[in-house]
Design a protein. Structure first.
Length: 264
């Protein structure tokens, strides 16, 4: 009889229901992925990556389009086993549906008459969620141990919140970020920065994401370079050939992002 290969551990996922905040009105679920070995090494503490749109990251049953998920934990578990990256905790903050656009945008867009609550949403992450994770899920504090990431409007929220708080987030991952929002508000914000921060940034865009998307991503990359980021060193930039604006496309790039931002 042929022996079956042992199943490789991919970590443990739990979901904390209805996390409440004094900064945003609507409670949201928090998905927490713990790396292999988390339960057997109770004294160990871990770096953490906070990700927006948490329902789309791990479980195909909760994703916006059923079955279309990032499976973000799978490349991370593989890379941890291979020693490519250190063990870390992934945390997915669920969006709140109809309130997503308001919470993920840093300004009110006059054309849409919506948006502008990203600062409050960011305070929830910085002042409530991160301390709660340190106290309850053995994460490590400080920018060297804390990353923020997201896609589309979540990528915009990552940049808006993260660049304001380099004292909290040492690395930022923006997949297909909506930097077109409110007449390129985020591009203008970067160009007005007095100096670059010491954060590592991942920025990408698919080549089939819609008219003008690639051009504005390049414009945002150029704004970062103007401020002092160096492509290939502290700025990872990717134009994903043929990639569309989908959960699966972002999931396929997740390992590349981790390889660039998180190193042993």
């Amino acid at each position: 009889m042929t022996k079956r290969a042992p199943r490789q551990a991919i970590g443990k996922l739990l979901v904390h229901k209805a996390f409440e905040s004094k900064f945003v009105k609507h409670p949201r679920d928090i998905a927490i992925w713990m790396p292999p070995g988390f339960r057997t090494q109770p004294e160990e503490r871990y770096p953490v990556m906070i990700l927006h749109d948490g329902q789309n990251l791990f479980d195909p049953r909760t994703s916006f389009i059923p079955g279309h998920t990032w499976n973000a934990h799978r490349p991370v578990a593989r890379m941890i086993r291979a020693g490519q990256i250190p063990p870390l905790v992934l945390v997915g903050v669920y969006n709140t549906g109809e309130h997503r656009m308001d919470e993920y945008t840093p300004s009110r867009d006059p054309a849409r008459k919506q948006g502008g609550q990203a600062a409050a949403y960011g305070r929830m992450i910085v002042e409530e969620l991160l301390p709660w994770l340190v106290a309850n899920h053995r994460t490590l504090p400080g920018p060297r141990n804390t990353a923020l990431g997201g896609s589309s409007l979540g990528g915009l929220a990552t940049l808006a919140i993260g660049l304001q708080r380099p004292d909290v987030f040492g690395a930022l991952a923006a997949f297909s970020p909506s930097v077109w929002w409110d007449r390129k508000w985020m591009v203008k914000k970067v160009l007005k920065m007095p100096a670059r921060t010491h954060q590592r940034i991942w920025l990408d865009m698919g080549t089939r994401e819609g008219p003008g998307m690639l051009e504005v991503a390049r414009e945002f990359r150029d704004a970062l370079v103007t401020k002092g980021w160096s492509e290939g060193e502290d700025l990872g930039y990717l134009e994903a050939r043929g990639a569309q604006h989908t959960e699966r496309a972002w999931g396929r790039r997740f390992g590349m992002m981790m390889e660039f931002l998180v190193r042993t």
